[in-house]
Write a new protein. Sequence first.
Length: 477
Amino acid sequence: MLRPWKLELEIDKKLDKAVYLQIADTIIADIRSGRLKAGDALPGSRNLALTLKINRNTVVEAFQVLINEEWVISKERKGIFVSDKLPALHEHRTHRMNDDHNPSVMSNQIFINFDDGHPDSKIAPVTELARAYRQIFGIKAKWQMMGYGDEHGDTEFRKMITQMLNHQRGMQIHENEISITRGSQMGMFLTAQTLLTSGDEVIVEDPGYKPAWQAFEYAGAKLLPVSVDKEGISIEAIEKLLQQHQHIKAIYITPHRQYPTTATLSLSRRLRLIEISNEYNITIIEDDYDNEFHFGYRPILPVSSFPELKNYVYIGTLSKVVAPALRIGYLATKNQELLNKIGSLRKIIDVHGDVIMEQAVLQLIKEGAVKKHIKKATVHYKNKRDFVYGLLNKYMKDIADFTLPEGGLAFWIVPKHKLDWDKATNLLLEKNIRIIHPKQYSQNPINGFRLSYGALSEDQLAQSIPVISEVFTKLSE
């Protein structure tokens, strides 16, 4: 017999949140609280729509979100059920190169450069940013901005970032738990220098983001690489390392779209990672370098948004949503002692950041220019993603494996045969095409590469992908 369960929800159409997301988030809350348990059945979409007096398609969309995010499963001819793979966290609750993920700038001789996932600078709101900058610089109180400010950044700007994280990414952060940085790499460096000491160990994804590794090593920490598959970092491998090592201080992850493979960390693994972090008092360093451009229902919420997680540092950037050259990032943490150390170190190297630029970006956000740009850019990148997917299916489906990413600005391409990547990259350079050598992602051999499309035109993509296919085919023979 199906468990009787009633959705307790009053739909508020005045909220800046779609009705289907209100339904999905209410069901998630019931799962997390224990009202809904593993294996429990949800009411049918038709019955729920009648109960809530809404269109059935809205309920179907809510169920699709829950399925996508792995809270529930669909059983053919039976219905929708709470997933039986979820740890019962309610029982344990307590009271880049994007922006910075950039490879080296190559020679002008390179005709087509597959970078690491840069946005298209041609569609950046540069005119709006310049106008806002001039206005802020020319206001009557400009003299107030010429002195030194807060080492964590402009207060109003931090409030706006806090609202964005809380509203759009499900976090529960206060503005006094935010520090503005010059890009996410500075956030990574500050975190490493204040959290880690010589002899500490840090678990990292392999393949992964080497500039972050370098920040940890510079602080004196030892890296413990852990393999990544289609569900993200291996929890089983992490648990084995915890039995073998006594000085693990942090786990560094890119869970939303794993760098470089674009895999999303599965819900069951995210929840288990939270349990591990709490049990062993390990800090989760979450690098959400690629959150903004998502083509599905919504981005996966950060691991740091889960209230069960005690120790974390969440690092992000605004470089992709405003302008690639804009050096504004941020970090968030509930650890006030750590944040105070970060502030003290920040004073030594940068005093108080670029207040005028922070004010200019704040004005763009308030005016709605940033939201408008994100909406426009998302359509632009989705169309380009679909164009690339068509090219890959046409030229590479027989020689490589790849999946259609739900967002971001890159595909992860894995040739069906192991390639000599030194030869592959050199042959492509001879044809004026540059791809990033897989050695940039790991100290071990990796048979895959990151094909970015954000900054390239459709003509460049149409010219280069057949050539890449030709070179891969040649090396596979």
